[in-house]
Write a protein that binds this ligand. Sequence first.
Ligand code: FAD
Length: 470
Amino acid sequence: MDTASFLRHIQSLLWYEGQMAHLEQIPSRQAITADVDPPLHERIISTLEAQAVTSLYRHQVDAIHALRDGKNIIVATPAASGKSMCYNLPVIEAILGDRSARALYLYPTKALAQDQEKKLAALIPDERKVRTGLYGGAPPTNDRAGIRPPARHTLLAPGGRPVPLGIPGEDLVVTSDAFMELERLPRRIVLIGGGYVAAEFSHLAARAGAEVTILQRSARLLPHFDPDLVGWLMPRFHELGIAMETGATVTRIERTDDGLRVHASRRDAPDLSVTADLVVHAAGRGPDLDALDLAAGDVAARDGRLQLNEHLQSVSNPRVYAAGDAAGMGPPLTPVSSHDAKVVAANLLEGPSHRPDYRGVPSVAFTVPAIASVGLSEDEAHRRGLKFQVNAASTPNWFTARRLAERVYGHKVLIEEATERILGAHLVGTHAEEVINLFGLAIRHGVTAADLRSTMFAYPTGASDVGYML
Ligand SMILES: Cc1cc2nc3c(=O)[nH]c(=O)nc-3n(C[C@H](O)[C@H](O)[C@H](O)COP(=O)(O)OP(=O)(O)OC[C@H]3O[C@@H](n4cnc5c(N)ncnc54)[C@H](O)[C@@H]3O)c2cc1C
């Protein structure tokens, strides 16, 4: 293939890859009927069905034609969305097993390339036909493939992953993803960590009948939420029978005849142990960078974090941006990822001039009832030397709580004295996960306590209590 047609080909592949995210899955019969002659069509359908592959995209049809004509083809897989392409191509090759064409597969990371190379080698009998390479927006040329990278910019958004615990028996611990995919609830569950993931999972599992123990290293659960409100919520954990060990650092996990024994150390109990059928990692997450060959792209990272400037741009390679949990610039929450993505898109289109704005990002732990927070904590506001009034009360006697028989209901709102700006709001109780958004709006857009007091809210709703909190 000459250079010009190579470039045309890879551009069209990339265009297709880019479009893939927006395409509905096209049933294979419908997608290939128009383009492939009838005998080949039947062979493709039967092979696809035998391999349980359900779809074939237009670019894969192009690939079939190219391979049949004895051309080499190049497949670039920028992200997870490209996977169906990699998996289907071996199928295409199997269909056209008697031709001499070769395929070169390009992957964004070394780990992915190696992993796919193994899978492809297993699928394609003649190993010589499989070559994988790396590409990325970062390096000007590629060592293994020896080609110019197709992307002008690269966005790193691989998300987060549980931070390694670094203790013996760590491999016996499952992630939150595995917990959510469970088909059966184990009888005894230990949650390592006591943040919002452990709080939500413990409420869920205990309500479904499991015996749950939380082992939390800090002095209290939900350390990112206001201590008074967490205190008001704690009776609901006790009522559910959730065992909570705070100040307890998990030191090792071992498999025994009776299940998984989790050892922890607490100042007054150096060898505390709990036996469980399932141990879940809920001890915090960090950027998921391990699979990325950052050095190859000259992307600086330190202590597992990407080094970015205020535009979410790599400090070492201006062609690389990051967003969401992987960027780690704002709180690790879904709306923050969306916000980062918009900032990066604007920077790509208009040059690096936009910065993320993380004011007023609400955060909720979906316990029952929920606990929610936005803006500054009382401690942070003091640390910043702000002068503010604190309106705080446990109010289970308010009508909103009583009409739903909810015994946990309270708030803490911080209002700057000179300006009546809302500095922070902390809520626990029914509707907290909705009402917190009003305070988020106020913080982000400078709506003052006076504005909120003079607003008329529908009654009786969670929001109709806002006026009483100010
Ligand atoms: C148990 C749990 C509960 C949560 N609850 C909430 C909540 O209630 N509200 C809230 O706002 N946030 C919640 N979060 C946080 C929220 O899920 C994350 O902040 C958000 O998903 C981050 O979005 P992201 O796009 O940065 O990453 P992700 O959503 O993690 O997406 C990253 C994607 O990149 C893919 N990927 C990774 N590496 C590679 C690679 N090398 N090549 C190609 N693809 C790759 C991954 O497979 C993944 O699909 C929760 C998180 C957990 C773990």
